[in-house]
Design a protein around this ligand. Sequence first.
Ligand SMILES: CC(C)(COP(=O)(O)OP(=O)(O)OC[C@H]1O[C@@H](n2cnc3c(N)ncnc32)[C@H](O)[C@@H]1OP(=O)(O)O)[C@@H](O)C(=O)NCCC(=O)NCCS
Length: 246
Amino acid sequence: MTLAPILLRSPAVVVALPTPIVERSREHLFPKDVVLVTSRDLADDPDLFPEESRAMARATPARRHEFALGRCCARQAVSLLGGPRVAIPVGRFRDPVWPFGYVGSITHCQGFCAAAAARTAPVDDSRAIRGLGLDSEPVASLPEELTGVVCTAEECAWLASRQGDGVPWDRLFFCAKESAYKCLFPTTHRFLEFRDVGVRFDPENGSFDARLPSLYGSPSHLIGRYAIRDVILLAATTWLEGHECP
Ligand SMILES: CC(C)(COP(=O)(O)OP(=O)(O)OC[C@H]1O[C@@H](n2cnc3c(N)ncnc32)[C@H](O)[C@@H]1OP(=O)(O)O)[C@@H](O)C(=O)NCCC(=O)NCCS
């Protein structure tokens, strides 16, 4: 299948595209050395490598389709970084296994799909990237009973102070925490509860800080950014080397 990539020169990641094309942006949600490829639904299933195909042997057509779209975006992100066009197998805990020297993250939601990737080796004088996390969610509030599962008491108080501003902050907490989990898991292999992660949003800057439990080898916090584009919320986290707990 041929995909038509376009390079977005604006700092915004536009996700609501009328036609099924793949776009990429080096800016906005992630630091500059990260490539983000997003796609709206494609009619056909993009090609898979045999081991990827085997992982989807018993999947429904819809699941196979979203998986293939994710792999397509992920491979394109790695290629744009000058990396190899290889399989991205499914890890033991469903985590994508990126080619050696690369980290990344995949998300899909309601026909939208995106993948981010970066080289682990630092470029120029920037800091090495040890992990990336990307999550997408529909622009809708969480079911009420979930808010207390996802948010700490401090976050619930903050939510109350933002009521009526039109932003589904409860869903954004969920999205930010899922992105933090995806960022950490491939390296730490540790399960986290939602309330293990403390998120503080900075609505002025479209950013957030994700505080993490103090665990050897894990970062003490991740830097995050979020975006609301049409009907999709996006949260992105980056683990920069040097943020690890002693
Ligand atoms: C992994 C998880 C975060 C996925 O999120 P989701 O909103 O259901 O779905 P998304 O489409 O955004 O993401 C799915 C992709 O995440 C990636 N993923 C799955 N498990 C992963 C893991 N353990 N680590 C990193 N990435 C993972 C995969 O690429 C997957 O797509 P694929 O199966 O097509 O390759 C979620 O299913 C999960 O397992 N949560 C349990 C842990 C948790 O949420 N803890 C609280 C947060 S702190």
